[in-house]
Design a protein around this ligand. Structure first.
Ligand code: PNW
Length: 467
């Protein structure tokens, strides 16, 4: 067996998000976001963890960029905290916040690392949530103004502007199941949020085109690989319905210029979609230079008759397995193992399947894996090292699966491992560790795990090292 090599110019990167690593939640004029409010609400996060300090990246950014350089990364995907640069979500910008990202971008460029900036990784300024949040159309207009401020300041020093990270999570976990901030459980609101996130993407995308014509434009989706429990027609229809809600509610308007008809019909009991105004779908469909794809695991569904015992269970599946929307006729099933510490099943074949589907349905759309990775209960060995064999194995098999998709014709331009550092894993706080670099939260010491050394070999050789 010869080792798998990647195309010349394939981009190797790693990803983080502002609220998960920065800390400094009240410093230098940063305002509160929905994640500050949510994590400070008793009972919302595991152990009551908050992002107040996190990995203290706001103060240790220079050291962290040193690790990025040492890892040999071509690109670094980070997010800009809206409440840091425009604390109230409208009106005045905060120069100290802009300066932080400006320094970060300049230093990345000096190091020869491409800055890939996400405008929104879930930290909505609290004032905008108080005014209605993503179910309110005005939030999309505020986002356009925020985008103009940051693109105006950073422009095409940012190589790739990504408008949103995983709008599925913001809409359905934030406003549907309520397991993410702001923690609302309003099915119609979740669908309105879907649309206003899409609209905000289109508005911000046009801002990028205008103010930073040399930069690339992208959005990152967590697309779901949905499999039926049986080959019955009923289960196939359950797959279709969840595919509409989870995938085509975004892919449709973003890449095909319209919401799918079956989505509108299926959700008619919940909403009439009157929040979609004339011209919105045209605004949303701004051409993308690259579509970002986050992949972790698969989803298993069956049709549900409304009477038999429901097996919805987030023990062996992602939050995608808890009812995140009014899908009363679908049951999310526990999946066969093995599992990561999130309880998510490990299935690299889903990565290949997803990329091949996208390249079949959107043949001219370049793709990028903007997140993939795994949480495991790491242990520090007596020798001080972290032998995270299971993470290495996970990464090896999933990157191999990306290679298989490329062999099958998918136009995949790069891969970003989630995550550079252990960090605040949202509702799971600091209990779940995704980093290839360990963070000791008592001392803020960074220690490379075996997966970091393994990834460094990959970035240096462009060839997949056998674990
Ligand atoms: C993504 N789900 O979140 C995010 O982009 C990261 O910030 C996060 O740390 C990472 O994946 C690991 O969780 C997700 O329930 C959260 O399906 C939940 C789900 C998917 C992705």
């Amino acid at each position: 067996m010869t080792a798998r090599s990647f195309p010349e110019g394939f981009v190797w990167g790693s990803a983080t998000a502002a609220y998960q690593i920065e800390g400094a939640a009240t410093e230098d004029g940063r305002g509160p976001s929905i994640w500050d409010t949510y994590s400070h609400t008793p009972g919302r996060t595991l152990n009551g963890d908050t992002g107040d300090v996190a990995a203290d990246h706001y103060h240790r950014w220079a050291e962290d960029l040193g690790h990025i350089k040492e890892l040999g990364l071509d690109a670094y995907r980070f997010s800009i905290a809206w409440p840091r640069v425009q604390p109230g979500g409208s009106g005045a910008f905060n120069q100290a916040g802009i300066d932080f990202y400006s320094r970060l971008v300049d230093r990345l460029l000096e190091l020869g690392v491409r800055p890939v900036a996400t405008m929104y990784h879930w930290d909505l300024p609290q004032e905008l949530e108080d005014a209605g949040g993503w179910p309110a159309r005005d939030t999309a207009l505020r986002f356009q103004e925020y985008a103009a401020g940051i693109v105006g300041a950073l422009g095409d020093r940012v190589h790739t502007w990504t408008t949103f990270n995983e709008p599925w999570c913001s809409a359905y976990l934030g406003y549907g199941s309520g397991v993410h901030a702001p923690g609302r459980t309003e099915p119609a609101g979740a669908l309105a949020a879907v649309h206003h996130l899409n609209l905000a993407h289109g508005l911000a995308g046009r801002v990028v085109r205008e103010l930073a014509p040399a930069a690339e434009l992208s959005v990152t989706l967590n697309l779901h690989v949905i499999r039926p429990a049986s080959d019955s027609a009923a289960d196939a229809d359950a797959v279709r319905r969840i595919d509409a809600l989870a995938n085509r509610a975004f892919l449709g308007p973003l890449l095909s210029g319209a919401y799918p008809a079956d989505l509108l019909a299926d959700t008619a009991p919940v909403t009439d979609w009157s929040f979609v105004r004339d011209g919105d779908e045209k605004t949303i469909a701004v051409p993308l230079d690259v579509l970002g794809v986050n992949y972790y695991s698969t989803t298993l569904v069956r049709a549900w008759d409304g009477t038999s015992a429901r097996s919805d269970n987030d023990g062996h599946g992602s939050s995608a397995h808890t009812p995140w929307i009014a899908a009363d006729d679908v049951d999310f099933l526990p999946q066969p193992g093995p599992y990561t510490a999130m309880g998510w099943n490990i299935d690299p074949s889903g990565m290949t399947e997803l990329l091949l589907r996208l390249s079949r349905e959107y043949p001219n759309q370049p793709l990028m894996i903007t997140e993939n990775g795994a949480a495991f209960p790491d242990e520090v060995s007596p020798d001080g090292r972290i032998h995270d064999d299971r993470r290495v194995d996970y990464l090896y098999r999933h990157i191999d699966a990306v290679g298989a998709a490329i062999d099958g014709g998918a136009d995949v331009r790069g891969y970003f491992v989630w995550s550079l550092l252990d960090n605040f894993e949202w509702g799971y706080g600091y209990d779940r560790r995704f980093g290839i670099i360990r963070v000791d939260y008592d001392t803020q010491l960074r220690t490379w795990k075996d997966s970091a050394y393994w990834y460094q070999t990959l970035t240096r050789t462009n060839t997949l090292p056998t674990p």
